[in-house]
Design a protein around this ligand. Structure first.
Ligand SMILES: [Zn+2]
Length: 213
């Protein structure tokens, strides 16, 4: 059964280029695809690390939403291709009402987490790059864990408690070069030296556009 990975609408990037701006649109198909492939136990890219997200989504669909951005954002002089944010409106009154209205108009609800993906990157990325980016953003939705590593659930809802998690490894190449690897980097090197869990074959089965190209 062939399954095509989601692509942004074709006129969307063109329109933004004509307007010389960045446009954003909701991407419900991207969410559907991510849930089906990463968060469902028989999905082609299923990863039990994200079970805590799936558990919430089973109870509350409004937990997560996806959007396309027409081009990369630039932050701290780096290109941002994907972003996961905890949706927060820090202001009151009409500003807050306006921002909430936009979320409702887009998704039909106000999501707890919003993942935005650069559509122009998606157009030129191969399946492996695209799948890795989606997974990267999903990993930012982190769950609080106890000393044994088990997810901590809220007393109120009985569901896992989430927070916006940072990266496992954050270091300059130059620091590692001069001072050596810390334990997080060593762990990364160890993992990088093993073959990846998800093979190219799995991804092509999942994305289908390998078959087309
Ligand atoms: Zn990140």
């Amino acid at each position: 059964m062939e399954q095509i990975r989601p692509f942004p609408p074709t006129d969307f990037i063109d329109q933004a280029e004509q307007e010389e701006t960045i446009r954003l649109i909701p991407a419900p198909d991207l969410k559907q695809w991510a849930v089906k492939n990463y968060l469902t136990s028989d999905g082609q890219l299923y990863n039990p690390d994200h079970d805590h997200i799936a558990e919430i989504l089973d109870n509350d669909e409004t937990f997560l939403a996806f959007a396309w951005a027409s081009s990369a954002a630039v932050s701290k002089k780096r290109m941002v291709l994907g972003q996961c944010e905890k949706v927060m409106f820090n202001v009151g009154g009409w500003k807050k009402a306006r921002q909430e209205q936009q979320m409702r108009d887009w998704f039909g609800y106000i999501p707890v987490y919003l993942i935005t993906i650069d559509a122009s990157f998606c157009e030129r990325a191969n399946d492996r790059e695209f799948c890795a980016l989606i997974e990267h953003e999903l990993y930012h939705i982190a769950v609080e864990r106890d000393e044994d590593g088990d997810p901590i659930c809220s007393n109120m809802t009985g569901l896992p408690k989430h927070y916006l998690g940072g990266h496992d490894v954050e270091e300059f190449v130059g620091v590692v070069k001069r001072w050596g690897a810390n334990k997080d980097i060593k762990r990364l090197v160890e993992v990088a030296n093993n073959p990846p869990f998800v093979s190219d074959l799995d991804i092509s089965k999942c994305c289908g556009n390998c078959v087309i190209n």
